[in-house]
Design a protein around this ligand. Sequence first.
Ligand SMILES: C[S@@+](CC[C@H](N)C(=O)[O-])C[C@H]1O[C@@H](n2cnc3c(N)ncnc32)[C@H](O)[C@@H]1O
Length: 248
Amino acid sequence: MSGDALYDTIARIYDPWSVSVREDVGFYVDEALHSGGPVVELAVGTGRIAVPTAMAGIRVIGVDESPGMLAVAREYAEREGVTERLDLRVGDLREPPVTERVPLVTIPFRSLLHMPSDAEKVRALAAAKALLQPDGLLVFDVFAPSREDIEETDGLWIERELGIFERADWDQRRRSLVLTVRSDDRTAATMELHWLSAAEWNAVIEDAGLEVEALYGWFDGRAFEGGEDMIWVCKPTSVPLDEARPGR
Ligand SMILES: C[S@@+](CC[C@H](N)C(=O)[O-])C[C@H]1O[C@@H](n2cnc3c(N)ncnc32)[C@H](O)[C@@H]1O
């Protein structure tokens, strides 16, 4: 894997940029504790969730295509004294360099929206499924913007955190968001995100050989009622007995 992954240029501003995003950490740590671990986190980034999970006593295998993001995660784990519980691997989430089978795979903070098409989303989910033990769960969150959100932010530079600016250019027809982030010193990256409706996610999940166990609308476990946030809990599709045992 080359060292020029998209997030490499913003790896050092990622944590200050996302500092206010805290609502998901406890949720994913609780899921990890409930599973008993180990956990595979795909697109682990700077360890924003993986390090607190390791601090809770759960072993985490974290995969990310950005060596720069993983370097920040490694430093975070060292500061917290949990390096022995955090196994960081450079790789693509569609072909994760993981041979272990685990009770929980997670893809937090909308990372699946980096997949440009339904086919790539299916590929990513199928790859995640392949890492699960038979009774394992895949948990991921995504969003679909509201019309108000699009109207309020489209084409505008917004100072998201002190000295860190972002600009969202929405394309409602293609359902894509071009997001540019930069800091005062001009560190910048532009990324494209591709959202889907809940019904479309359902179809993608099914195509990946998974079925939905729960769909939450927020990290406190409230049911999804058509809002911007979706937190999906999936399990491998159960194979009917007559299909599992041909000839019976
Ligand atoms: C929004 S960040 C999420 C990081 C972390 N999970 C968190 O919750 O803070 C998205 C991450 O996805 C990673 N990423 C994007 N495409 C990827 C791919 N194809 N394979 C592996 N990682 C990818 C980026 O490098 C980045 O670290």
